[in-house]
Structures are given as structure tokens and as C-alpha cells.
Design a protein around this ligand. Sequence first.
Ligand code: NAD
Length: 364
Amino acid sequence: MGIFDRMAAKDHEQVIFCHDQAAGLRAIIAIHNTTLGPAIGGTRMWTFSSEDEALEDVLRLSRGMTYKAAAAGLNLGGGKAVIIGDPKKDKSEVLFRSFGRFVHGLGGRYLTAEDVGTNVHDMELVRMETSHVTGVSRALGGSGDPGPVTALGIYEGMKACVSRVMGRQGLEGLTVAVQGVGQVGYHVCQHLHREGARIIVADLDPDAVQRVEEDFEVQVVSPPEIYAAPCDIFAPCALGGVLNDETIPRLQCAMIAGAANNVLLDEERHAGLLAKRGILYAPDYVINAGGLINVANELDGYNRERAIQQAAGIGEILTRIFDLAEKERVTTLQAANTLAERRIEQIGRIKNYFAGGDAVRRWK
Ligand code: NAD
């Protein structure tokens, strides 16, 4: 399939190929949709096995950002960038500054941030060339580590799930199994501990396990055991693709609410499988939007209070999604997609309406 056909397949607006031989830069920026505002999305640096794979990834991820920003109620569109290279070997000041110039050339249509393979330091290099970058350190007026704000969104999302499934407020006395206690998982445990929930954890990294054991009251199980741990909520906070044909039948929970991106191996099929098992699934891109909300807040001058307040609204957004899923008898994932699409369509219509009105007035 040609590149225009691939863009047309998922309705992408623009794809930019960035090349700077002297800097060793080969990057692709994809802008999926800017109806709601400038396209936001991180820069992923990865040793893609082919240019085709890099293009596929950036097209898929940029579209995902459109839905995430729309569902979170942000006035932002979806975009993403990939830099082809080994993050362990190929990083340099000149590479990121060259990339920053390409971002700058887009005049604010695309706003970048850190992602897999890039970090706050890399974004500070990008920032030397453009202001269209978020996720820089607190010292430079940025939002710093998004983990705590993401965790707050997860916690609020858990409460919305519990209210829907059990008709009760709060998590006191409930059991939550947290898979992965890194940047986000640790702070999720902190909320759960404060609220008096029973916490089961698993992590491949013994240091991460030790940290939560020292700070909170937790029961530790081995990574393979976490799926079958009897609990009310399973909170995947590690990697994507962990909910699949093999793991879903083993789950002993009533709700899924966690941070991991792309947690369903096959989105539609596995959302359906969870629904069939009667497990309420909080769609990953909605419940983990606290990180995006945090960096988006940098755009108007970072304000922690405002970011926290917005992330706390994730519970309400999920409640609307659960209502729609019930009303239209669809999975919660389909309902989330529908809400995001409707928002883009409706806001797009207002924009067109007023733009048209203005043009007509001018013409008259
Ligand atoms: P992290 O790397 O700090 O933590 C992940 C933890 O999971 C690590 O401690 C790792 O050892 C553990 N882990 C990996 N595989 C595991 C397995 N099979 N079983 C148990 N533990 C395992 O990452 P993070 O920033 O906490 O992010 C966690 C997830 O949430 C990721 O999928 C990320 O994409 C997503 N996410 C993060 C943010 C954020 O603000 N950091 C925002 C949105 C989404």
C-alpha cells in the first residue's frame, strides 16, 4: 500500500519525513487529527527493523493520541514522532536539536514530549530549538515526572469502577492486585494504602518490590501468579499486551483499572472477552490519561493544582463511558471510542459553522 493510501486508511492529516545526514537523524512525525487543537504526542526512539515498521508505528500511535486527548477533554489533537535509532548508542545533542528544528518548522501544529527511548534530558535538547515541546523538568518550568498524576487518575478511575460494579464509594477493605510497581504502580499503591485497601503486588524488579514492601503494607506474589490472584480490581501497571487469550481466563477480579498502555493484545476481541466474563474494563487510554493531562498543562504555564484537578476528573469521564456502554450495549472500549469520535465531530462542526459564518459575513 502506498503512503497516501495508508494515511487515508485511518484518516491522517500529515506525515513528515525528517532527514539530516550530518546529525544522523531519520525521523517521522505523523499528525493524525488537529480538529480539537495542535497534535500532541511523544517522540519514540527505537531500533525499528524497517522503515515500514517505523511508519506503521507512528501512524498507529498518533491516531491513539487523537482518541486519548479527545476522551480526556483536552483541546488537543493527536500526533506522534519516531526517531529511527538505538536509544542506548545513537543519542547526541546534535540529533535532538536537529529534530527540534523539524518540530519547530511545523509552527506548533505538532507538540512533542518524551516517550519510550527518550527522556526529560532529550526534551531539554529539543527545547533549545523549539518551544513546541512538553515534558521538560520542573526546574525549567515543566511538569517533571508524570507518574504521580497518572496514578491519581488511576485511583479516581478505580473508584468510578467500584461505584459502578458494587454501588459503593471508596476502596476501603477491597483487594487490588497491582502488576508492576514502577513510576506509576508505586504511587497507585500509595493511594490504595492511604485508603485502607488490601494490596497484592508483583514486579520483575526486586528493588521495586522492596520499595513498596518498605513503604506500604503489601502481599507479594510472583509475576506469573498475579493474574490469578483473587481480588476486586486487577491493576496492570507494567507492559502492554498482558490481557490476552491466555491470561483473561485466569483472572479472578471484577474490574480492570490500570496504567499500562495497549493492555489488550487484540483490542476488540479481548474487550469482548472481558465483557463476556462480566469483568468491567476501564479503557486504558482513558484511565491513564493523567500523564497526558500533566504535560498538556505545561502549555499554559504549568500549574500542578490544575493538572491534579483535571486528572481527578477521569472518574467522571469513565462514568459517562460506562453509561454509554450500558445504553448502547457495547463494550466499554467501543463506548470510549464513540465518545471521543463524537466530541471531535461535534467540536469540528462548531468550528466549521463559525468559520463559515465568518466567511459569509465577510463575503456579504
Ligand atoms: P516503569 O518502567 O517505571 O514501571 C513498570 C514496572 O513494571 C517496572 O518496575 C517493571 O520491572 C515492571 N514489570 C515489567 N514487566 C513486568 C511483568 N511481566 N510483571 C510484573 N512487573 C513487570 O513504567 P511506568 O512509568 O510506571 O509505566 C507503567 C505503564 O503505564 C507503562 O505501560 C506505561 O506506558 C504506562 N503509562 C505510564 C504513564 C506515566 O505517567 N509514567 C502514563 C500513561 C501510561
